[in-house]
Ligand binder design. Structure first.
Ligand code: SAM
Length: 269
């Protein structure tokens, strides 16, 4: 990562998002799977379903990815009409009723939705204030937007691990930081951005600790950043292999490798 504008361009580059990053659900699934080792475990789709208790009509899931939330809402609330949307045609190919759409310009009439979801996706969006405006525009009176992201303190151990492994490869004390997705829209920054549109924002913090006794889930998580491999300033595969060794070393000496997490949901009216 050379400078902030370069980082922003990489994280928001729509052609990269729709192909290497989210052309399929493979990398997203690898990132999501690390949470299986988190304590306490948070049932994010279940929290969304609970927040939708008073909602009727159409619910759009914008940036729906592999449809994890779409499937759960459809299952638990068959009375709702769920509309999945994403900029990547590939990732929504198998999702019934899904359409290609950008959150900055939703193909939806003003005031027509009971709720809109924008989960772990606004950090990929160039103009977040405009996106927030779109989330507000499409809601019917009394409708809610549910947004999620991570804190700037989330999984810092993985950032540290990456820099140390990159340092090993480059023969320096600490190598360059990797691309940090949620840094563009952190849990701490989100209320101010969403507050440009919504009058009431309730944050649900979701803290936890991931503890693994096998390096593979961590390695899979690091490898899920492959879309940005050429931009990391260090050979990607070699760095992953060094990270694997370091995690194994920690597991041998400390019994486990631990990562502290802080994600959160913001319910906006
Ligand atoms: C990290 S994934 C999150 C997927 C899902 N919401 C979840 O929480 O599991 C981000 C998703 O947002 C999509 N995305 C990125 N920019 C977008 C935009 N401007 N409009 C709509 N979707 C976008 C990506 O293609 C990707 O599928």
């Amino acid at each position: 990562m050379t400078s902030q504008p370069t980082h922003d361009r990489l994280v928001t580059d729509r052609s990269l998002l729709a192909t290497k990053a989210y052309g399929t659900g493979q990398h997203l699934a690898a990132r999501q799977s690390l949470y299986r080792w988190q304590t306490p475990s948070h049932d994010l789709p279940g929290i969304v379903v609970d927040e939708l208790a008073d909602v009727r009509g159409v619910v759009a899931d914008v940036g729906c990815g592999n449809g994890k939330f779409v499937a759960r809402v459809r299952n638990d609330r068959p009375d709702l009409d769920v509309l999945p949307m994403d900029v990547s045609h590939g990732i929504i190919r198998a999702l019934p009723g899904a359409v290609v759409a950008d959150v900055q310009q939703l193909p939806v009439a003003d005031g027509s939705l009971g709720a809109v979801l924008a989960l772990h996706m606004l950090y990929h969006v160039e103009d977040q204030v405009r996106a927030a405006g779109e989330l507000g525009r499409v809601l019917a009176p009394g409708g809610i937007a549910i947004v999620s992201t991570n804190s700037r303190t989330d999984k810092l151990e993985l950032e540290h691990l990456w820099r140390q492994a990159a340092g090993d490869v480059l023969g320096v004390h600490e190598g360059p930081a990797r691309v940090q997705l949620s840094a563009r829209f952190t849990l701490e920054d989100a209320p101010a951005i969403l507050g440009s549109v919504f009058g009431e924002i309730r944050t649900i913090p979701l803290p936890g600790v991931i503890e693994v006794t096998d390096a593979e889930p961590v390695v899979a998580h690091l490898a899920s950043y492959e879309a940005w491999a050429d931009e990391m300033g260090v050979p990607f595969r070699e760095t992953i292999e060094r990270a694997r060794d370091r995690v194994n070393e920690t597991i041998r000496t400390a019994g486990a490798f631990r990562v502290s997490c802080l994600g959160g949901m913001l319910v906006c009216r």
